[in-house]
Design a protein. Structure first.
Length: 335
C-alpha cells in the first residue's frame, strides 16, 4: 500500500505548477533513481515497477501516476497543467471517435509491423527526429536523437534527449521499472488489450479481475502507463503495440483532436486524454498521439517543453517521430 500512496502523492504533486526546467528535471531524475533503488531493496515482492516519466523529445515535464524518471532512456516527465488544446481544423474528422482511430491504428500496425528477435547481448538502436518551435519567437530547431538500449538490460545503454546523450546504467538486482525496457519482460506482457489493462492495474496492487471494477484513479493510472509504454518503448515484441493502441482506446476520457500537424508537416488526427483525476481543463500525461486520418498509421508525437524559469522561461512546441530502428551488436554501432 505504501507504494500506491507514494504514487498518488506524486500524481497530485503541484498540478498547477509550470513545467519543470531542464536542470530541475535532471536533479529529480537522480533523486527518483535513488528512491527506486531504496524501494527495490526493502520491499516484497522485489518486482514492483517504478514508473519512469519521459523528459524527452516529445514530452514536457511533470509527474503523474508513478515515479517517473527520464528521457527516452527510462526517464521522462510531463507536467499536468491547464492548457488549451492546439487549434483544430478538418471538420470532416470531428465525428470520428478515439476508439475508431485507435482500432484502426492497431489494425494498421498488425499489418505493417516489423518483428524482431534480438539476442540478449544485442542492442535496440533507434533514431528519432525532434522538431521544436519557440512559441514566442517562432524560431525552429531540429535534433537527431540516437539511442542504443541493451536488450536484456544487463549492460549500460546510450540515451539521448534533444541532442544530449549520456550512459544509462543497468538496473540492479531486484529493481524494476515501468515501462519495462528489457525484451524478456516486454515479451511477457499480454497482447490481448483487456488483459494488458488488467496486467498493468495488477502491477500496482489493483488486483482487479474485470474492467468494470476499475475506478477513475485506476483508469488514470492505466492511461499513464499505456502512454508511457507507447512513448518510451518505440520498438516492441510482435503484437504488443497493437494491443496497447486498442487498450488505450478502452480508457474512458481519450478523445480526438483533428487537424494536427506532425513533424513532417502532414495533417493528422490526434488522440489525447481528459484525466478525471486532474483539475478540469488540465492536460494529462501523454500529450498528443498523431495518426494519419485515413490509414491511421502512427505519425508521431506532439508535446510541449519548457526550459528556464520566471521571466527567462521558454516554451517550445515539440514534434517528434521515429525515423528508423534496428538490432545491432554494439553500442554506437549504426545499422
Amino acid at each position: 500500500m505504501r507504494d500506491i500512496d507514494e504514487l498518488r502523492e506524486l500524481r497530485d504533486f503541484d498540478t498547477e505548477a509550470p513545467p519543470l526546467d531542464d536542470e530541475t528535471r535532471r536533479r529529480a531524475r537522480d533523486r527518483l533513481l535513488t528512491a527506486m533503488n531504496q524501494t527495490a531493496t526493502r520491499e516484497r515482492p522485489p518486482r514492483r515497477p517504478v514508473l519512469r516519466i519521459a523528459l524527452t523529445a516529445g514530452l514536457a515535464a511533470a509527474v503523474t501516476a508513478g515515479v517517473l524518471v527520464a528521457v527516452r532512456d527510462d526517464d521522462g516527465a510531463r507536467t499536468h497543467r491547464t492548457a488549451k488544446p492546439p487549434a483544430t481544423s478538418a471538420p470532416a474528422m470531428r465525428n470520428v471517435s478515439a476508439q475508431t482511430v485507435l482500432k484502426g491504428a492497431a489494425a494498421y500496425e498488425r499489418k505493417h509491423e516489423r518483428t524482431a528477435s534480438p539476442r540478449d547481448d544485442q542492442y535496440i538502436y533507434t533514431k528519432e527526429i525532434i522538431k521544436e518551435t519557440n512559441q514566442k519567437t517562432g524560431a525552429t530547431k531540429s535534433y537527431v536523437d540516437e539511442n542504443w538500449r541493451s536488450v536484456d538490460g544487463s549492460r549500460r545503454s546510450w540515451i539521448m534527449e534533444i541532442g544530449k546523450g549520456w550512459w544509462s546504467p543497468p538496473l540492479k538486482k531486484g529493481e524494476s521499472v515501468w515501462p519495462p525496457q528489457d525484451w524478456g519482460t516486454l515479451r511477457k506482457l499480454p497482447t490481448d488489450p483487456e488483459q494488458l489493462i488488467l496486467s498493468i492495474t495488477n502491477e500496482f496492487g489493483g488486483r482487479k479481475t474485470s474492467l468494470d471494477d476499475l475506478s477513475d484513479q485506476d483508469w488514470s493510472n492505466v492511461h499513464f502507463s499505456l502512454a508511457g509504454l507507447l512513448k518510451l518503448v518505440p520498438v516492441m515484441p510482435a503484437g504488443l503495440r497493437p494491443a496497447a493502441y486498442e487498450a488505450l482506446g478502452m480508457v474512458p476520457g481519450v478523445k480526438v483532436v483533428p487537424g494536427q500537424k506532425d513533424a513532417k508537416g502532414r495533417t493528422g488526427v490526434a488522440i489525447t486524454y481528459d484525466d478525471p483525476t486532474l483539475p478540469k481543463g488540465s492536460l494529462g500525461f501523454g500529450g498528443y498521439f498523431v495518426f494519419d486520418p485515413v490509414t491511421y498509421e502512427f505519425l508521431g508525437f506532439r508535446d510541449v517543453r519548457t526550459s528556464g524559469d520566471g521571466a527567462a522561461m521558454k516554451t517550445y512546441i515539440q514534434l517528434s517521430y521515429l525515423d528508423s530502428w534496428a538490432v545491432v551488436d554494439k553500442v554506437k554501432q549504426r545499422p
